[in-house]
Design a protein around this ligand. Structure first.
Ligand code: CAA
Ligand code: NAD
Length: 361
């Protein structure tokens, strides 16, 4: 005989009477209910009611409107993949020229994706045109943070600088509706450092996408001790709907990928500084010898040398005893000279738009 127990506002789960206690406690702990009260034989119904009350108090998170802040290399891609998945997107920038260039990036990337689908016979030209219109209609652009007031999820992709992110989150927390979830795309900063200033650490996760967002299939979800289980599950649902695979980790420097990847980029820069191999040979070696799609110096240019420098300087300051965290002098010199890689046209390579042309050194 089956009975049905309402689990928050998510689902109805069939529970057999005999197995009720076991399943209820498992489902409830997954939803973040407090540890189960001891179930004395004479009071099973009281505990059951107590649990229902706890669940009724759990807010219901449902993502329909996604806010994206910062439309640079990462944010434009996050906005685009969210709109392609059917979400209503509010895309916010700090300044008009950056908003304009974010809009252009989204337009160019969407056109590229759709024309490729037409070329491959996956879509007719007419269907692609309709899809373009539909996706574009889902995105609203703004220079005003208050445009995010009704967002259900806000993904932040602004500069990698704690002195900018902390005041940003203070302001965001005061403007956006209380049930909204915040996700930071930071590459390297401690999520807890700005989750608290946002005023809602229980609705905060790291939501780390990879560059280029449109093509990379992973998202790291960083779960804080404070993150409510229902928030975590809702964010996991968002990641699945945009077609990415989620992995989870704690609020640890660099999460999983960057903790392993960035020190490798550093070693490549140091190898070049010592004159042991050329830029091209280092990159070809890692492509053909280790099967990486891009060599490390090519990838550093692709990520942005300013972002690489921000990551490393932050780590060296915060974790001075970690030997893997080093700032190569060549990286500092390039950034000081305005050579930021792909985004500025020169770094370890000379770039023409999105294509690297030749080594710059
Ligand atoms: N939007 C739409 N389409 C795009 C695109 C974009 N932004 N970028 C590329 N494409 C298209 C290209 O136009 C191309 O289409 P055609 O085949 O029609 O020409 C197609 O996608 C493939 O692009 P490429 O020809 O450049 O092909 P590729 O096979 O070299 O793939 C790549 C490109 C996926 C970027 C691959 O080189 C790669 O995986 N590189 C490594 C990227 C990486 O490691 N990223 C992680 C960086 S670390 C990070 O992000 C974390 C952090 O915090 C710093
Ligand atoms: P970017 O410099 O290309 O873009 C940042 C954008 O944020 C700019 O357009 C800037 O105008 C905007 N901005 C800055 N302050 C703002 C504010 N207060 N309000 C609204 N917009 C603001 O940087 P990016 O490479 O896209 O990186 C953004 C974030 O994503 C950083 O935290 C970075 O560490 C992280 N990240 C970068 C990569 C990468 O490969 N570049 C990969 C993963 C994560």
């Amino acid at each position: 005989m089956l009975s049905y127990v309402r689990l928050s506002s998510f689902s109805f789960s069939p529970i057999s009477k005999g197995m009720g206690r076991y399943y209820r406690s498992r489902h409830l702990s997954a939803l973040g209910a407090p540890p189960r009260l001891s179930l004395k034989p004479d009071e099973p119904r009281r505990c059951h009611v107590q649990q229902r009350r706890t669940l009724a108090a759990t807010p219901h998170y449902d993502i329909k409107k996604v806010g994206v802040v910062g439309l640079g290399l990462m944010g434009h891609g996050i906005g685009l993949v969210s709109a392609q998945a059917g979400y209503e997107v509010i895309a916010v920038e700090a300044q008009a020229p950056a908003l304009e260039s974010g809009k252009k990036r989204i337009d160019k990337s969407l056109s590229k994706i759709l024309s490729k689908a037409v070329e491959k016979g996956k879509m007719t030209l007419e269907a692609a045109e309709k899809e373009k219109e539909k996706v574009e209609r889902r995105i609203t652009y703004s220079l005003d943070l208050a445009a995010l007031r009704d967002a259900d999820l806000v993904v932040e992709a602004i500069v990698e600088n704690l002195d900018v992110k902390i005041p940003f989150y203070k302001q965001l927390g005061s403007l956006v509706k209380p049930t909204a979830i915040f996700g930071s795309n930071t590459s390297s900063l401690k999520i807890g450092d700005f989750a608290a200033p946002s005023g809602r650490p229980q609705q905060f996760v790291g939501l780390h996408f990879f560059n280029p967002v449109q093509l990379m299939r992973l998202v790291e979800i960083v779960r804080l001790h404070e993150t409510e289980p229902a928030v975590f599950e809702t964010v996991r649902g968002y990641v699945a709907r945009i077609g990415k695979t989620a992995v989870t980790c704690q609020d640890t420097p660099g999460f999983i990928v960057n903790r392993l990847l960035v020190p490798a980029l550093v070693q490549a820069m140091l190898m070049k500084e010592r004159g042991e191999a050329s830029v091209e040979d280092i990159d070809v070696a890692m492509q053909l010898g280790a099967g990486h799609p891009m060599g490390p110096l090519h990838l550093a240019d692709y990520i942005g040398l300013d972002t690489c420098l921000f990551i490393l300087e932050g780590w060296v300051k915060k974790y001075p005893n970690e030997p893997a965290f080093i700032v190569p002098s060549s990286l500092r010199a390039l950034v000081q000279g305005g050579k930021l890689g792909r985004k500025s046209g020169e770094g370890f390579y000379v770039w023409e738009g999105d294509k690297k042309v030749k080594p710059a050194m």
